[in-house]
Design a protein around this ligand. Structure first.
Ligand SMILES: Nc1nc2c(ncn2[C@@H]2O[C@H](COP(=O)(O)OP(=O)(O)OP(=O)(O)O)[C@@H](O)[C@H]2O)c(=O)[nH]1
Ligand SMILES: Nc1nc2c(ncn2[C@@H]2O[C@H](COP(=O)(O)OP(=O)(O)OP(=O)(O)O)[C@@H](O)[C@H]2O)c(=O)[nH]1
Ligand SMILES: [Mg+2]
Ligand SMILES: [Mg+2]
Ligand SMILES: [Zn+2]
Ligand SMILES: [Zn+2]
Lengths: 211, 211
């Protein structure tokens, strides 16, 4: 089936748009409820005065996540996929023309909560960030390998809950490295703020690399 | 596309197999890491002497979950879906002919961790049980409605962690009822054992209804 072929052509087109305008696009992927929106809220509140940001939200239904992002003052577009299990490059292309991001902006794409299907769909992003929560178990990188294989960064979120769960950070990292030796890690808590400095520094490096 | 049509025919065939032999089949669905395998381990250890059980495990990769189930002494088959994001009725049909469950058995099917795609694929089960963890946020029933609409029971798991997260049980239930007014709820902790009695009683009723 040529679905992936067509998607890759559309992703290339998006990437051309982004690079032409010096825009850094990120694709945030995770299981449902790992903390993508919470991390975005905390990030936007901190950097909104130094960096022009936009958000594209993907969910089966509701505008819950877009409403939370709008409340930070950030421009956001909500895509509802209905029965669809992932965002694709064409949806992003349409959203981009709605948002009309300024040159040198930072565009966050929050994908549908799903560790499987979004792995196959390039959106034209500069980097893909997989988020796992310490409450989900440390075996996810091996059980859902495609997503970790295709991500540059793995955020281990909700580390404030580590004392209450049997999650081994070392094991999760070893499993992720088995699938993708180049993947980087950041441990953080989107609610307590621990590790946010490291994440903001990583973002800063990525944005500077785009100019 | 006739994928769903073909799957429904295969599901009907499975259901015929099950009803013919008085077998109760359950389809457990959730996000990755909500606690499906942990719940099965706790359940099997408690009922293995009164009820003949079998498990069919679904994951993209690894036999981690089947190994955990086998360690309880229960017969289990692992299905690896590769790039596939859900179990389908044909996969279950093949697994059934491998397991050859005895009449009046209880067959648990643990689906791939994914709140989207498995909702569309009937496996021939008697009941579908959606599990949400209090660590995922209480908005999931509205954001991923198809899965809750097609489930008879919603287990709210990891209630031992409620003191550490901002999850409202009442809100989650109200959202699930908005999508499916008939859905039932059980609050439990698969690790502390709280609520397990209610779950075992629910299972017992289901099995007795099959005879
Ligand atoms: N304790 C703790 N809770 C967190 C953290 N990050 C997020 N949460 C909670 O986790 C739940 C889900 O967070 P969201 O940000 O909505 O997760 P999401 O990945 O955007 O969810 P979807 O968009 O539905 O896939 C909420 O109850 C958050 O408050 C964290 O670092 N620590
Ligand atoms: N605190 C607490 N942790 C739990 C509970 N149930 C499961 N866990 C933990 O949650 C993590 C994931 O549990 P699993 O049973 O592997 O989840 P799963 O739904 O089978 O995961 P997948 O098969 O990968 O989708 C593990 O670290 C478990 O120990 C619970 O009731 N309370
Ligand atoms: Mg979100
Ligand atoms: Mg499991
Ligand atoms: Zn899918
Ligand atoms: Zn048959």
């Amino acid at each position: 089936r040529d679905i992936l072929g067509k998607n890759n052509r559309s992703a290339k087109h998006n990437r051309f748009h982004f690079e032409e305008a010096g825009i850094t696009a990120l694709n945030l992927v995770s299981s449902p409820g790992s903390g993508k929106t919470t991390l975005l809220e905390a990030t936007l509140k901190t950097i909104k005065h130094q960096q022009h940001c936009y958000v594209i939200e993907g969910d089966q239904q509701t505008t819950h996540d877009a409403d939370r992002i709008a409340a930070t003052g950030c421009e956001v577009v909500q895509i509802n996929t209905g029965k669809g299990c992932h965002l694709d490059a064409e949806m992003i292309h349409r959203a981009l023309h709605q948002l009309n991001p300024q040159p040198h902006a930072l565009v966050f794409i929050e994908n549908v909560g799903n560790l499987v299907c979004p792995a196959m769909f390039d959106l034209g992003e500069k980097a893909r960030v997989a988020i796992i929560s310490v409450t989900e178990g440390d075996d996810k990188p091996l059980k859902y390998p495609d997503m970790f294989e295709s991500s540059q960064l793995c955020i281990i979120n909700k580390i404030d809950l580590l004392p209450y769960v049997n999650f081994s950070v070392a094991r999760a990292k070893a499993f992720a490295h088995q699938v993708n030796p180049k993947i980087e890690f950041i441990e953080l808590s989107a609610t307590s703020g621990q590790g946010m400095d490291e994440w903001l520094a990583w973002l800063n490096n990525l944005v500077n690399a785009s100019h």
